[in-house]
Design a protein around this ligand. Structure first.
Ligand SMILES: Cc1cc2nc3c(=O)[nH]c(=O)nc-3n(C[C@H](O)[C@H](O)[C@H](O)COP(=O)(O)OP(=O)(O)OC[C@H]3O[C@@H](n4cnc5c(N)ncnc54)[C@H](O)[C@@H]3O)c2cc1C
Length: 197
């Protein structure tokens, strides 16, 4: 692994792997840094629309059908127990497992020539000298930096001198359990939103 790249991408989620794949395919020397070792869990409902399918095809080409677990035509949204919206006959919606989905995308970027440095967190960005500082003590210099490091972006924070807003936080839990444990038949995704006092 080198310590200087034309492009460094912080974050190997869908945004980071899409950017990495696009750049690597064009011959750009690119490294993706992610704090977790891939494959890694990602909190998400995993519901994808046809727009995601179209974007995927434009960026990565074929292979969409290997990326989702099942298809459905609608979804229901609840406020607590109250049904507030139901999407029916939407066409096709897709449900993916982000653990597998993100790993496949990053593999595609790697196949195009992107390097992946995973299991190491970017702790600071020295924008003056174009260097990312990692928790391990490693430093990676870049010519171009892409911040794809999600909602609490270290890159955005560095660029905006620590002035990014952290207001309006929410939290979520993800629990995986077998469909057979449900007391009724659930054919389509149900999304429950609620507030906590
Ligand atoms: C509870 C919940 C449910 C959701 N459900 C849906 C849904 O059903 N459908 C949908 O389309 N979207 C859903 N989303 C939104 C979706 O998860 C995000 O829009 C999407 O993951 C954004 O992709 P991204 O690549 O920008 O960032 P992310 O997927 O967040 O990836 C960011 C990456 O950056 C890495 N990273 C972060 N900080 C650092 C650092 N300092 N150093 C190195 N690496 C770092 C992280 O490990 C991560 O791999 C949901 C989100 C939540 C929270």
């Amino acid at each position: 692994m080198k310590n200087h790249y034309t492009a460094v991408i912080v974050g190997g989620g869908p945004a980071g792997s899409s950017a990495a794949h696009t750049l690597a395919k064009s011959g750009v020397d690119v490294c993706v840094v992610d704090r977790f070792l891939f494959p890694r869990p990602k909190l998400c409902g995993g519901l994808l629309t046809q727009r995601a399918k179209k974007n995927y095809a434009e960026i990565f080409g074929p292979g969409w059908d290997e990326l989702h677990e099942y298809r459905c035509a609608g979804a229901k949204f609840f406020d607590g127990e109250r049904l507030v919206n139901a999407i029916e006959n939407y066409g096709e919606l897709y449900v993916c497992d982000r653990y597998r989905f993100d790993a496949r995308l990053i593999d595609k970027a790697k196949s195009s020539g992107a390097e992946l440095l995973h299991g190491d967190r970017v702790t600071a960005v020295d924008t003056r000298n174009c260097v990312c500082k990692l928790r391990s003590g490693k430093e990676i210099a870049y010519r171009y930096l892409i911040g794809a490091d999600g909602v609490n972006s270290v890159v955005a924070n560095a660029i905006h001198n620590g002035k990014t807003s952290r207001n309006g936080k929410a939290f979520a839990l993800e629990v995986v359990f077998p469909v057979s444990d449900l007391s009724r038949k659930v054919a389509e995704p149900e999304i429950y939103l609620s507030s906590i006092e």
